[in-house]
Every structure is written in structure tokens, then in C-alpha cells.
Design a protein. Structure first.
Length: 294
């Protein structure tokens, strides 16, 4: 006796050659959704694909799933939009421009508008948290910022004139710029069953500095070793600097004197036995401190 088909495995009807539940293979990523979702935006590419009568014209993979040769990871946002025509992205979403390109391919004009960069009244990019990283800006823009910084630092010659004793202007070196500086270090020490940790274990071998070059040079000055990243522009970020001293408290003092405050910290550690015959253990760790100045 044959069992009746369940509602979840509905077969295509004569008028509509597609089943209720459709499996998609988008760039190697498998998605399972309902047919009404795929045809929810009339005129879109998915609507054109899944409203036609000739199913055989659509590409399929080896398991019979409908195949679309696009970015499989970004398609999840396309499918979410098809469900309720709303756009919800993670905070600090880094692939906004690529998702806009996918929306154009799938012929979703309203989604393209949502993803387009917003322009301010001065015809410049607004404060969009999903814009490109400053590292990716053109060299011309970087040169303009450097020139602006150099002009701001020039002394006010209106009173002293050339060769005079004019003082710095209101926007001189005393103006402190906001930004982040991250201090990181690796450490290790041996801890036995009946022994105490060496009190000098915090005197680490090297203290690394991450952040904007101009801020790092301002805070640490001559104690900043720049040999690993020479000729770095002041407005660029780097993670290749380290300090010439090895005391964390000394680095903290310099950051505090410059007006920075610690806002976060993170540490990871691993443990291994020093010898098979003893209970001595070697602990290794990596720690980062994040400082910010308003």
C-alpha cells in the first residue's frame, strides 16, 4: 500500500512547474527556501527564473539543485531581502559595495538604492559605518591629508613675520587628535608545584604598538622603533612598530601623559609541561591593551 505524499514534499502542478520548497546552489552554498519567496519581487532575476514554464533551461548541479553562479555568502542577504523587502546588515559590514553589485545582478533596484553610499549636503560621503577603510583611499587623498596636517602645524606668521618670533596658531601642535593605540606583548614563565612565579615575568622581550603612525610617534617619540616599517605616512595605520624598552608600566605612563585611557584588554594563554618527570609547567600568553583618546 503506497503512502500519501506529505505536504512538505509537494510536487509541481501543471500550471506551475516548480515545487513549493526549492533547493538552490549559489556558488557552492546550499539554500532551501519557498517558491513564493523567490518570486516575491516582480521583475527581478529570480522572479524571471522561477516563473518561466521551461524548467529545463535552468542550470542544475549534480544533485539536481538549481545552480546560480554568484557569491554564495552574500546571497544570504539577497534572500533575506526577498523575504520581507527589508535590509538588515551586521554592524560594520565590510562588503557593502560587493553586496550592491550582487543586488544589481539580481535586478533589485530598491535594494541597490538602500546600499548606495549616502551623500551629504557638501556632496561628500556621509558618516556611513560601512564605507571603505581609510587604508584603501587614493594616494591623492592621502597626500591632501598630509598637506593639510603640515599646514596646520605651521606657526602663525601674521605677528612675527619671516624670521620673527611668532607663536603657533590656534590649531598648532597643542591640539590633540583622537584615536586608538593598541599595546601587545607575548610573555612566558615557568610555574612549579612548590615554587612561586618569578616576579620579573612581566619584563617582556618586546612590546608591540598598533595604531596610526602619527599618534604612535607623538606618544612614544624616540622610544618607538621604526626600523620594521620605515617611511610610513602619518595618516596610515601600522602594526609593525615596537618599543625600545620592555616595561609595560613605562608604556602605560607615556600613554597616560598623552591623555589616553585604557578601554579594553584581551589575553590568551597556553600551558605545557616543561619536563615529563616534573610538575613544572611553562605558561605562554599574548595580551593586548587598547587605549583611546578623545
Amino acid at each position: 500500500m503506497a503512502l500519501a505524499d506529505s505536504a512538505g514534499c509537494a510536487k509541481p502542478s501543471e500550471d506551475l512547474p516548480f515545487p513549493e520548497i526549492i533547493e538552490l546552489n549559489v556558488g557552492g552554498q546550499v539554500y532551501i527556501t519557498r517558491h513564493p519567496t523567490l518570486v516575491s519581487v516582480p521583475g527581478s532575476l529570480l522572479w524571471e527564473m522561477f516563473t518561466q514554464k521551461n524548467v529545463r533551461s535552468l542550470a542544475r548541479d549534480s544533485k539536481g539543485r538549481f545552480f546560480v553562479d554568484r557569491d554564495g555568502f552574500l546571497f544570504r542577504y539577497i534572500l533575506d531581502y526577498m523575504r520581507d523587502q527589508q535590509l538588515v546588515l551586521p554592524e560594520h559590514f565590510p562588503e557593502r559595495s560587493r553586496l550592491q553589485r550582487e543586488a544589481e545582478y539580481f535586478m533589485l533596484p530598491e535594494l541597490v538604492k538602500m546600499l548606495a553610499p549616502k551623500l551629504s549636503k557638501q556632496n561628500s560621503l556621509g558618516d556611513d559605518p560601512c564605507q571603505s577603510d581609510p587604508e584603501e583611499l587614493s594616494p591623492g587623498a592621502d597626500a591632501t591629508r598630509s598637506l593639510t596636517s603640515a599646514t596646520t602645524a605651521l606657526p602663525n606668521t601674521g605677528a612675527g613675520g619671516a624670521g620673527g618670533t611668532g607663536t603657533a596658531g590656534a590649531a598648532g601642535p597643542d591640539v590633540r587628535r583622537a584615536g586608538f593605540i593598541t599595546i601587545g606583548y607575548r610573555g612566558s614563565y615557568t610555574l612549579g608545584r612548590d615554587s612561586q612565579t618569578d616576579a620579573k615575568f612581566r619584563r617582556v622581550a618586546r612590546i608591540m604598538v598598533c595604531g596610526k603612525t602619527s599618534l604612535a610617534k607623538e606618544v612614544f617619540g624616540d622610544t618607538l622603533n621604526e626600523s620594521r616599517d620605515p617611511d610610513r605616512p602619518p595618516e596610515r595605520y601600522t602594526s609593525r612598530y615596537y618599543l625600545k624598552f620592555t616595561f609595560l608600566e613605562q608604556a602605560f605612563d607615556k600613554l597616560a601623559d598623552a591623555g589616553f585611557h585604557m578601554v579594553a584588554c584581551n589575553s590568551t594563554g597556553t600551558c605545557a609541561f616543561a619536563h615529563d618527570q616534573t610538575d613544572d609547567r611553562i605558561w605562554t600568553s599574548y595580551t593586548e591593551y587598547v587605549f583611546y583618546r578623545e
